[in-house]
Design a protein around this ligand. Sequence first.
Ligand SMILES: Nc1ncnc2c1ncn2[C@@H]1O[C@H](COP(=O)(O)OP(=O)(O)OP(=O)(O)O)[C@@H](O)[C@H]1O
Ligand SMILES: NC(=O)c1ccc[n+]([C@@H]2O[C@H](COP(=O)(O)O)[C@@H](O)[C@H]2O)c1
Length: 248
Amino acid sequence: MTGSHRVVLLACGSFNPPTNMHLRMFEIARDFLHRTTNHNVIVGLMSPVHDKYGKEGLVSASDRIQLLRLALNSSSWVHVSEWETRQDDWTPTREVVQYHQELVDSLVNGNVDPSVKRQRVDGTPSWLTHLTGSTEPVTVKLLCGADLLESFAKPGLWKDEDIEALVGKFGLVVITREGSNPYKFIYESDVLTRHQRNIHIVTEWITNEVSSTKVRRALRRGDSVKYLVQDSVIEYIYKNALYNTHNK
Ligand SMILES: Nc1ncnc2c1ncn2[C@@H]1O[C@H](COP(=O)(O)OP(=O)(O)OP(=O)(O)O)[C@@H](O)[C@H]1O
Ligand SMILES: NC(=O)c1ccc[n+]([C@@H]2O[C@H](COP(=O)(O)O)[C@@H](O)[C@H]2O)c1
């Protein structure tokens, strides 16, 4: 593809547990960008949130990483990034995106930053190898659902400068959710309107309101979650009695 931009899509979330919708977000975002822009999505990354995020019912990061690994066995291009879970505390999303951009810059874009190198304690993550071998620069964009975009308006939740950097420097790919209106939300925000060209809205016509909350609720009650979550993920949950499944 001539003049194409190479892109890494990074999704931040609890993934507690990862649902099929979390996986599907990547597929529809990649298709949309290929169809409507010159963005060539090479790699997808899922960055589970740190244990200290402290959200109710959050199982340990090591279990969530295992669950993501199992879920991603069905994907050839989406990988888990464990960096966020290995920090001492919760990391704001802007810093998570920035870290991954700097990692890509240091290895792929030829822009070596020694401080980034120091942080790569466990060597080169395998997904980076998919990005080598081309001179086109690579940009990391945040992939999220419209609810995450709309949470930008919650008082005290996001720093203004973080929102500005996410939309101005990196860019967002937003999947619509039932009841969301990201176009109106962007219209009502000066900063989002200013950077509108860097926000790609992907309309999910096949609406599917599966969420981790609903999956946890079903598991707790002993209801089936088959076809909402990968079979291997369900197996791991039961084997390790996560989400109160031992009560079944
Ligand atoms: N059904 C969905 N449609 C579009 N985006 C989704 C959907 N489910 C999750 N996402 C997106 O996936 C990302 C990770 O979200 P998260 O792990 O918080 O999932 P969740 O299912 O909303 O979780 P919970 O129900 O525990 O709050 C977020 O950007 C969220 O908007
Ligand atoms: N200020 C911030 O950077 C900020 C605020 C709220 C949520 N988040 C991130 O959004 C993701 C989803 O969070 P929730 O599951 O609470 O919707 C998590 O990865 C979390 O770290 C970031």
